[in-house]
Design a protein around this ligand. Sequence first.
Ligand code: SAM
Length: 215
Amino acid sequence: MREDERLPTGVDRHTFGDDEHLATRGEPVYGEQTDGEWRAWNPTRSKLGAMLELGMDTGLAGGAEETVLYLGAASGTTVSHVADFAGPTYAVEFAPRPTRDLLAVADSRPRLFPLLADARKPETYAHVVESDIDVLVQDVATRGQARVALENRRFLADDGRLLLAVKARSEDVTREPGEVFADVREELATGYEVLETRRLEDYHADHLGVVARPE
Ligand code: SAM
């Protein structure tokens, strides 16, 4: 591991052939490189992977005690890595087709709980998701990304972290991404203290990575 890296337990740098990548231990999901029990975490396929690759201080600790609520799980590319290193991982996705794939991803991951639900309606999964969640990860790529984060703040422990990927084009394709990000930050500030932001440009065009805590 590099000196300055803050990687959760269960995430490490591993060499696959000639390439070094972040990696977790688990069954492969999206055609990623593998070596024995390790699977490469491709930052071009994962905003959270990009945030870790860029050295953002996500606060993720890893380990079976850490609870995660993941919004916008799609077919499980990123949330599969999270469930490889974290504890109970609740994965919300509202599109039925990717959720079917997600169920298959959960087969080999007993701590991954797929939920077919709309992240804008947290009351529909509040009875399933435990309270005082350590980390809320959000990658919904839909309009109203700050509002979704605010509506799901109720699940977070007081010292929990929001790890948010904001896609500028999902808010407004016609506006400068920087303006969109400024608006999202302003809205987020009504319920969160933003600790760190980073453009994910090296890996994902027009995306902002945000680390925040509830306020
Ligand atoms: N996070 C995924 C990964 O890295 O593997 C990719 C997520 S993709 C960019 C965004 C996903 O969010 C889509 O699968 C979409 O169906 C889902 N989504 C969008 N709005 C949602 C909502 N309101 N509730 C739940 N899922 C939503």
